[in-house]
Design a protein around this ligand. Structure first.
Ligand code: HEM
Ligand SMILES: *[C@@H]1O[C@H](CO)[C@@H](O)[C@H](O)[C@H]1NC(C)=O
Ligand SMILES: *[C@@H]1O[C@H](CO)[C@@H](O)[C@H](O)[C@H]1NC(C)=O
Length: 192
């Protein structure tokens, strides 16, 4: 998988696809330009410090975005803790003990709430932070379309069933990516 993949231009291909997908038609790069003009700068600044402190954090944040997007779309569901009504995604097999960086996402959310309370979604914070992580590690830049709504629910089983396990063969990988609207070409680019 993605050892070698952090910040690579190939990962970029998929990230653009993932970033453009999801709630689709309503997303735009200027979604917060009047409601929270400081949002992008606030995200970038926290990501830059976190990656400067520990370069691996950039990779970890990128992976958070991937694992969020493969379950219910890029809706921030991965960020939700378990509640009485659902078991969240954090302890699902692909995530338990290996996802990391939630404290950075939390710090970004705090920074963004400080300047524009109640405006910027957590799902967008994650999408922007993934891009900024790649940039901070020397990878390519791209314009992130924003305007995602946050999920109010998460899916433990969705995380177990939709995120490819490292034991997957080609057929399984192809079908798990296809389920997200990603072609085999997208997948191959990513698997470099
Ligand atoms: C194609 C199927 C994929 C499989 C089977 C897979 C599997 C894995 C596994 C087993 C790990 C190690 C987790 C651990 O620390 O124990 C990992 C790490 C990672 N994956 Fe994937 N992955 C896949 C696709 C992707 C994609 C599409 C991306 C990004 C767009 C990605 C980004 C990463 C990154 C950045 C790490 C390192 C995270 C860190 O060090 O915190 N992976 N992956
Ligand atoms: C997640 O990992 C912890 C620590 O290894 C373990 O105690 C727990 O049972 C795991 N949760 C699930 C749902 O597998
Ligand atoms: C994965 O492969 C196994 C057999 O190797 C098959 O039973 C299963 O349905 C496949 N899952 C997906 C999601 O393609």
């Amino acid at each position: 998988m993605a050892a070698g993949m952090n910040a690579s231009a190939l990962c970029f291909v998929l990230l653009v696809v993932m970033a453009a997908g999801g709630a689709s038609a309503q997303l735009s790069t200027g979604f917060y330009s009047s409601s929270c003009p400081g949002a992008l700068g606030a995200v970038a600044s926290v990501v830059q410090s976190a990656v400067a402190k520990e370069p691996r954090m950039g990779a970890s944040i990128l992976r958070l975005f991937f694992h969020d997007c493969f379950v219910q779309g890029c809706d921030g569901s991965l960020l939700l803790d378990d509640t009485a009504s659902f078991q969240g995604e954090k302890t699902a097999m692909p995530n338990n003990g290996s996802v990391r960086g939630f404290e950075v996402i939390d710090a970004i959310k705090v920074a963004v709430e400080n300047i524009c309370p109640g405006v910027v979604s957590c799902a967008d914070v994650l999408a922007i932070a993934a891009r900024d992580s790649v940039v901070a590690l020397g990878g390519p830049n791209w314009a992130v379309k924003v305007g995602r709504r946050d999920s109010t629910t998460a899916s433990f089983s969705g995380a177990n069933n939709n995120i490819p396990p490292p034991t997957s063969g080609l057929a399984n990988l192809t079908s798990l990516f296809a389920a997200q609207g990603l072609s085999q070409k997208d997948m191959v680019a990513l698997s470099e």
